[in-house]
Write a protein that binds this ligand. Structure first.
Ligand code: TA6
Length: 301
């Protein structure tokens, strides 16, 4: 659908407008009394979100993010689906699945009772999807933008055999400085340390960063808090339907190699990802659905 057709069917005057943007991609711009956000229809990729009581966005996007068909955007809340990380057997398949780089269709929009804006999308199966994912599944994303941000990723198994899903809302949160934050909520959890050969370790105390951190915390449904004294706020990440949490900062060397963080963009972001990965991939039975939900909010200190 063109932006004009999208606006005719799903636009909400003064709150939700569709427009063509960078790279010829279509974006939804959401602006209501409580919050503002931008969502790219490719990948159902929420690019940024700022609650109106915060000067700085809570969801970060790189100034050097590339916007192009088939290209993942550096920042926002990438949808990793239907696998997380490298594909189990096909090294040529894209890391974190294909969902974030294929077109999604808008299926609904609404103003909720509390004034928040809701938009729903579903992935459009194309040849790439069918070639990499020979299963009859439907995946939908629901985003609710207001004083909080809610993202829900629902997989429905429309086939006649169980299907295993790895997934994550790979969200980049805006912080004052990576060397000054602490992430609580994961104390005592087991994690796979991808910076140290995937070794299993136990988290002692809050998570702090003095170099690259790439950890998959397993068997945890806990909420996390990013304590950010520099921005004078805590960012809360609550979740349901997710048994793993990933914490990632690329630090300087990996960020330079990736080339789309900008000179020190990596210092102003940290990923806290609500996931089902590693020990916690989910199996969806025929005819059943599974939903992963993350709710983000900021509390000024
Ligand atoms: O979630 C952390 C991670 O798996 C890192 O290993 C790094 O690859 C990051 O995701 C970003 O991946 P991307 O494919 O978006 O560049």
């Amino acid at each position: 659908m063109t932006p004009a057709q999208l606006n005719a069917q799903f636009g909400i005057a003064g709150q939700l407008v569709f427009e063509e943007g960078q790279g010829g991609l279509t974006f939804a711009r959401i602006d209501n009394a409580q919050g503002e956000a931008v969502l790219c229809l490719q990948g159902a990729h929420l690019v940024s979100w700022r609650p109106k009581d915060q000067a700085e966005p809570v969801v970060w996007v790189s100034d050097l993010a590339k916007y192009a068909p088939g290209k993942s955007i550096r920042g926002g809340a990438p949808v990793c689906w239907p696998w997380f990380g490298a594909h189990k057997t096909e090294s040529g398949f894209p890391g974190h699945g294909y969902a974030r780089t294929v077109p999604w269709a808008v299926t609904g929009s609404a103003v909720l009772a509390d004034g928040a804006t809701e938009i729903t999308l579903t992935l459009i199966e194309n040849d790439q999807a069918r070639a990499q994912w020979p299963h009859n599944t439907r995946v939908e994303l629901r985003a609710v933008v207001g004083a909080k941000l809610t993202l829900s990723l629902t997989t429905t198994n429309q086939g006649d055999a169980p299907v295993e899903i790895g997934e994550a809302l790979h969200t980049y949160l805006r912080i004052g400085d990576i060397g000054e934050i602490a992430i609580t909520g994961l104390e005592g959890c087991t994690y796979l340390d991808k910076v140290d050969g995937g070794q299993r370790k136990t988290q002692a105390g809050a998570v702090t960063c003095t170099g690259e951190v790439d950890r998959v915390y397993v068997n945890t449904t806990a909420a996390c808090v990013i304590e950010d004294a520099r921005l004078k706020r805590n960012v809360l990440i609550e979740k349901t339907g997710s048994a793993a949490t990933v914490v990632w900062t690329p630090w300087t060397e990996k960020a330079d190699k990736m080339g789309d963080f900008g000179p020190d963009g990596w210092r102003r972001m940290v990923c806290v990802e609500s996931a089902n990965a590693a020990d916690n991939v989910v199996t969806v039975a025929p005819g059943q659905s599974h939903t992963l939900t993350a709710v983000y909010s900021a509390q000024t200190l």
